[in-house]
Ligand binder design. Structure first.
Ligand code: ZN
Length: 225
């Protein structure tokens, strides 16, 4: 049975795969909001309420918010009118237990789930992340492989010396990608084995990647109207 309601999209991609850019494009062009559980929890933690104080306490202690609390938060947020035509989940589900909760929620909301995996080869991810150079003056980001400055190590805009962020070194980037892969695997497999995962070639230019994602997701309301 095909539901006519907007889908629940889950974007999956390694650090450097361009997932954030794609989510932004979906949000701007299709009006599909990106629901980030991290952002919501940070906002709730500032509220003067029992839940707010509880979330603040948990986060302060360095623990993770329980699946039950997370489920309530996602259910409440995705029930709002701006999610009517569908939404993108960011940071949820992270575990199989959370994926099962989302199955229940998707039935309640009569929505299909589609996971979009933006795939980029590891060596390309390494190039993208370790090649990044940032300008301390104007925050412009260059890349020694794909977008080098006109003069090596110097910002095109303001002439300041470019630097590499500490977490963009080879060792840290390798670790970030490996950690991401380990964490993502169970949830990825859950959707792959139930035929709700499409793989998109993330090595292409952002506009092409976006077009491929739209091909998999289907036209958005804003475009078909
Ligand atoms: Zn600059």
């Amino acid at each position: 049975m095909t539901s006519r309601r907007g889908k629940i999209l889950i974007l999956v991609g390694a650090p450097g795969a361009g997932k954030g850019t794609q989510a932004q494009m979906l949000e701007q062009r299709c009006g599909i909001p990106q629901i980030s559980t991290g952002d919501i929890l940070r906002a709730i933690a500032k509220q003067d309420s029992d839940l707010g104080r509880e979330v603040a306490r948990i986060q302060k202690s360095g623990q993770l918010v329980s699946d039950a609390v997370l489920a309530d938060v996602v259910r409440e947020r995705t029930g709002r009118p701006d999610c009517e035509d569908g939404y993108i989940l960011d940071g949820f589900p992270r575990t199989l237990a959370q994926a099962r909760t989302l199955e229940v929620m998707s039935k309640e909301q009569e929505r299909e789930i589609l996971t979009v995996y933006v795939r980029v080869e590891r060596h390309e991810l390494m190039n993208r992340l370790t090649g990044r150079r940032t300008c301390p003056g104007c925050n412009e980001i260059f890349n020694v492989h794909s977008r080098p400055p006109r003069v090596e190590g110097v910002c095109d805009n303001c002439g300041q010396g470019l630097f590499r962020r500490d977490d963009d070194n080879e060792e840290t980037v390798t670790q970030r990608i490996t950690t991401w892969a380990d964490q993502t695997k169970p949830v990825y497999e859950h959707y792959r084995t139930t035929n709700r995962l499409v793989t998109i070639d993330g090595a292409k230019a952002p506009e092409e990647v976006f077009a491929d994602i739209m091909g998999a997701v289907g036209p958005c309301e804003a475009e078909s109207a």
